[in-house]
Design a binder for this molecule. Sequence first.
Ligand code: TPP
Ligand code: MG
Length: 891
Amino acid sequence: MAALPNVLLQSDPDSQETQEWLDALEAVIEQEGDERAHYLIERLLELARRAGINLPYSATTAYVNTIPVEKQVAAPGNYEIEHRVRSYIRWNALAMVVRANKDTNVGGHIASFASSATLYDVGFNWFWKAPTAEGGGDLIFFQGHSAPGVYSRAFLLGRLTEDQMDNFRQEVDGKGLSSYPHPWLMPDFWQFPTVSMGLGPLQAIYQARFMKYLQDRGIANTEGRKVWCFIGDGETDEPETLGAIAMAAREKLDNLIFVINCNLQRLDGPVRGNGKIIQELEGDFRGAGWNVIKLLWGSYWDPLFAQDKKGAMMQRMMEIVDGEYQTMKSKDGAYVREHFFGKYPELAAMVANWSDADIWRLNRGGHDPHKVYAAYHAAANHKGQPTVILAKTIKGYGMGEAGEAQNISHQQKKVGSFSLKGFRDRFQLPITDEDLEKLPYLKFEEGSPELTYMRERRMALGGYLPARRSDAAALEAPALQAFEPLLKASGEGRELSTTMAFVRALNIMLKDKSLGKRVVPIVPDESRTFGMEGLFRQIGIWSQVGQNYTPQDADQLMFYKESKNGQILQEGINEAGAMCDWIAAGTSYSVHNEQMLPVYIFYSMFGFQRVGDLCWAAGDQRTRGFLVGGTAGRTTLNGEGLQHEDGHSHLWSATIPNCVSYDPTFSYEVAVVVQDGVRRMVQNREDVFYYLTVMNENYEHPEMPAGSEANILKGMYQFKKGASSNGPRVQLLGSGTIFREVIAAADLLKNDWGVEADLWSCPSFTELARDGAASARHNMLHPADKPRASHVEAMLKDTRGPVIASTDYIRLFAEQIRAFVPRKYVVLGTDGFGRSDTREKLRHFFEVDRRWVTVAALNALADEGTIKREVVGQAIAKYGLDPSKPNPMTV
Ligand SMILES: Cc1ncc(C[n+]2csc(CCOP(=O)(O)OP(=O)(O)O)c2C)c(N)n1
Ligand SMILES: [Mg+2]
């Protein structure tokens, strides 16, 4: 498509007429105000469009500040003091990184915070409320690489010691400061882990919306509280950063402010060297429905704009691409004179009497506290839309030759003495030449105007930030008896799936007096898949606007009910968003001082595998709640095939240290695990979360073997003991629906081969493995003590015969316990790509069904020498297994 003509760049055939129109508009703006002017322009556009004039949509505006000087709200406060404070903060942030790297090689970043110091300072001084008895305070997502700046401020305020500052990134001995925001490592300080780029902004949106949910449901008053999210311009390349911005606008999240630090650089080089990141983002956000505030130029430019009657300077600003803007800031005033002003005579004339130093002083918006204040003020008071502030800054501001606006800025963690001197002089720091090399931390004395000012500002805003709370009141968990229907046998001919069992458990929780209101069911458009549609009517789907239509199924008992105080978060086909809902609800005990219990049920294949990094962030953030992988297992989902059949989510979940996972077979296992999860999370307030896989295969459920609760939770209990005999014997292990094949294999072994089997249900190979590893570690470190037996050993020690496990997951899942099995151990699993077929055929294909378990058991007995090898061949023949069957791994 040919480029559309840019009418503004065409020569003006009738400049007098143009001027008349402009004058008329100017007069309207002056006399009747913005709204009237807006109205008139809209009417003109409407007329033009009706007349068939092609007016291409433009979501971008000129490359200038959105807030004109005359509309700038004046910053209160004492500029000089704030500047001195900020200069100290800048210095300490630099010093802590350089000092940490003198003796160790632990890294750290100087340039990111150097570019955003003012953006943070204005927020800390004037906008960000800390939680108090009256209100929960604002939520701040700090850019991970700017952590040194946040520590530096905390140090000046006496919240951190010099010793801690010197242990930046040295976390192991327990007195260091974490490299990035990590609630796990600094639980009283950081709220949100942000350094996996893109996850901060995505989570910020859902945190903002969850605040509205809490408000609508009458659980917490979140009115007036804001979410401020700091983002790197390079970080906007992440699909997660921009992926949910349309939702933020649709939901009118005016409690959400994105501050994008547009220093034009990422790690390797420019973000959009040949374009303009700010213009691109302006279009993206405005198009999505956000209020966009561009903060490009600092106050020193204002007099030049006032002279720029014909728009030549604006034109020049638009012509230049980011790569060039970056280069200019790595040079000097003379270079800017030549390359920026030199292009047009009228521009050159504007600065003809200026020195190069004057030109160099022309600042960018994000470094001007007055303009930053005005932008924040506008953002904080904007109604009906989220706001994004696009702040133009310089990466490595103040680093001079050591890394100001250079492509190496991001990685620079050493600063030579020449640059240190430059930094000191630029920020007028009281450090002598001799002391410079020692990189002393600067502090304001007790009683000094600066320290007093800093403290007063924070006290006016409720206290220090960042700060993380963790003392929300405990809730009482329902007793196991509350889940009684699930503990009993389902009854002859009454079949149900573990999914149905879980939904019943959920219903029991929802009806619980203390817990019910706190449960947050979350679904990404899969309620019907899991038979949860009954909940729509029962507790409603939350919507800020209620239900402005008659649902198609209004005449049905279980109609699709949206409501303002609905409880379900129906996220649409959006697993990442649903995961963020879950994190927001699961961290509410800290963020809002209100315990909630999120239960997010998803298609297990689209869980950990799809949003694994968010699951990791959830662990870091100490999220509490249930993740439920429905239609789990490689062979249990009838049909669907390769991209749906999960044979490995339990390996993902096992990688997260505070994730407790189970693969239950029977409804009583579900009940025991759920009850204990609730008890641990909301009653004991342990920072763990649960992952349960549930299946949609219907079968009868037996009654819980008496007294098995504790062992179910440990991950292994005796389901049934074989008859006592002196003949060959095996131990059969299994989990999930495949445990039923294992039970059937015990019958085949007995009836066809005279082999007795003891049956062990293993609801959690992962918990078993963790316990085994902990016992082994203990024993190694306490050689003189009586060795501690792992649970697996304790269960199997008085038994006889080889141990065979079969599951619906890949072998590694059950392999986890190999080291703790006291005898020969054989594992069957579903390694290979899934595919669609009947359960029976798939279980045969993956070699995990009763016949394969039987053959594997016989083979293990033959290996032991307990039975003759030929029995194995007889079994293969008897069960019709084809020895030349291809390996499922390869087909
Ligand atoms: C998901 C992810 N990918 C890569 C990185 C490595 N990384 C750290 S900072 C950075 C560049 C950041 O650039 P920008 O977002 O512009 O932030 P700035 O430091 O310029 O403010 C990269 C690639 C990361 N932290 N997370
Ligand atoms: Mg950047």
